[in-house]
Design a protein around this ligand. Structure first.
Ligand code: FES
Length: 114
């Protein structure tokens, strides 16, 4: 960890502008070999893995209502604030820290161990 509390191999990636985000669906993003979905939740941006825990369909294709996204394939609903499946709260998506500076979306990315 550095004095800022971030791991040495962690980096901050500028992954786009908030103006590019839909209010109805997610925005898919590829970082290294990871599939990430960005969602606009109120005035925040949330980043989670872009793979439904049921059958890996892209959650970015799902319909967003508030902080809830429903998978487009067979409807599992996720609470993006908790990162969990609504009916099975013990199942959680991997989430990625995001911050917004002005309109830029900055993803805190830690490469997976090799
Ligand atoms: S693949 Fe998402 S609910 Fe089935």
């Amino acid at each position: 960890m550095t004095s800022t509390g971030r791991a040495m191999d962690e980096c901050l990636l500028d992954v786009g502008s908030t103006a590019q985000l839909s209010r109805e669906h997610g925005t898919p993003l590829g970082v290294a070999n990871a599939r990430i979905a960005l969602f606009r939740v109120g005035g925040r941006v949330v980043a989670v893995e872009d793979a439904c825990l049921h059958c890996s369909s892209p959650l970015s294709d799902g319909r967003l209502e508030g902080a809830i996204v429903a998978c487009a394939r067979c409807g599992w609903a996720y609470d993006l604030d908790a990162g969990s499946v609504m009916r099975l709260p013990a199942l959680r998506l991997n989430a990625f820290p995001v911050r917004v500076e002005r309109t830029r979306i900055l993803l805190e990315w830690t490469p997976p161990p090799t």
